[in-house]
Design a protein around this ligand. Sequence first.
Ligand SMILES: Cc1cc2nc3c(=O)[nH]c(=O)nc-3n(C[C@H](O)[C@H](O)[C@H](O)COP(=O)(O)OP(=O)(O)OC[C@H]3O[C@@H](n4cnc5c(N)ncnc54)[C@H](O)[C@@H]3O)c2cc1C
Length: 383
Amino acid sequence: MNLQFNDEEKMILGMVRAFMDEEVRPIAKALDDEKRVPIEQIRALQEQGLFGLLIPEEYGGANISASCYSAVIEEMSKVCAALAIVLSVHNSVGAYPILLFGSEEQKKTYLGRLAGDWIGAFCLTETQSGSDAAGLRTKAVLDGDAYLLDGTKMFVTNGTIADLFLVLARTSESPEAPHRGVTAFLVEKGTPGFRVSKTEDKMGLRASDTAEVVFEECRVRVGARLGREGEGFKVAMSALDNGRIGVASQALGIAEGAFDEAVKYARTRKQFGKAIAEFQAIQFMIADMDTQIEAARALIRHAAHLKDSGRPYGKEASMAKLYASTMSRDVCSKALQIHGGYGYVKEYPVERFYRDQRITEIYEGTSEMQRHVIAKYLLSGRA
Ligand SMILES: Cc1cc2nc3c(=O)[nH]c(=O)nc-3n(C[C@H](O)[C@H](O)[C@H](O)COP(=O)(O)OP(=O)(O)OC[C@H]3O[C@@H](n4cnc5c(N)ncnc54)[C@H](O)[C@@H]3O)c2cc1C
């Protein structure tokens, strides 16, 4: 798809490409092997303004279009999907909801920091509430001029490195419509009663931290509430609509990374006296892979374009995520197949792409939940 980026966006994309190639590609395998969060690289990206991509200029951000943002995540994921998710979570579900729902004071306090050297995280999931996000049990009870938060959040991306946590908690019981009792809060690292209790040992995205965080009588000012009481589910769902463009772009980038490796390998690997790229079976796989990649990119850019035009994009973001993540699994699998036995060993990057891809079908709403969202739009007549 032919996209028109402005000069600043082209410069950002060029800078990201060069940074990923020069600073991250050489260490991507080691980061994964060692389960190491690339904190130096994160700091370098912060200095270059990459953590304020969706934040308006008046608060110190770059305020790029959703289309360019999607291309940034795609470029990063071609090289290191773990670093891409640090940035994606920070921008899409960490900072962006503050822009949508924050008071002027919250915007002034936090957006500048998030465009600078702070990292954001998003805490929705709990042990008993994953897809059924409205079933969350973390409580927030009003106590004078503050709320007391109690509960445990699972699978928090950036959990050990974040400075600001967007936390969804229950402020009232409403058994008929549980989502109505949910409220959003901004909790700073170091707030008494907040702690990280463990980190997960994951199959993929090993260089991104995923933590369990605990709130025990964690006191947050009334002014730290994001939006109105009972508006938290709306905050979370708006954040996820935006986040899904990011995850779809991540899935796309991973597929492209695997595709590039497969083409390179097919051209050089010889069997039966010729490069395997000369066999029609391999050629057809390569043709299918690139067709699938292009189709996913068109869906993602369409959702991003709708967002940039100020039009509803929830259904299209879900479609893009559903298709791109499924496509990415298929493309990574074919890329691994083209590598034969060498695709199964860690010497080649394709096995990392294959492992990293899998989560794009799960987080920010599983593929089953994306179908649920899409069908709901279509059947309610909102599409
Ligand atoms: C690496 C990683 C990072 C994450 N980062 C974050 C984060 O930063 N913040 C955060 O809040 N969460 C995060 N998550 C959590 C993630 O969003 C959830 O894991 C996801 O939403 C699924 O929830 P669950 O794991 O509880 O699965 P479940 O909801 O228990 O689902 C299990 C299975 O049942 C299916 N299922 C459930 N309900 C239905 C239904 N109604 N119809 C059909 N099928 C259904 C699901 O699709 C899935 O296949 C992360 C998870 C991982 C693994």
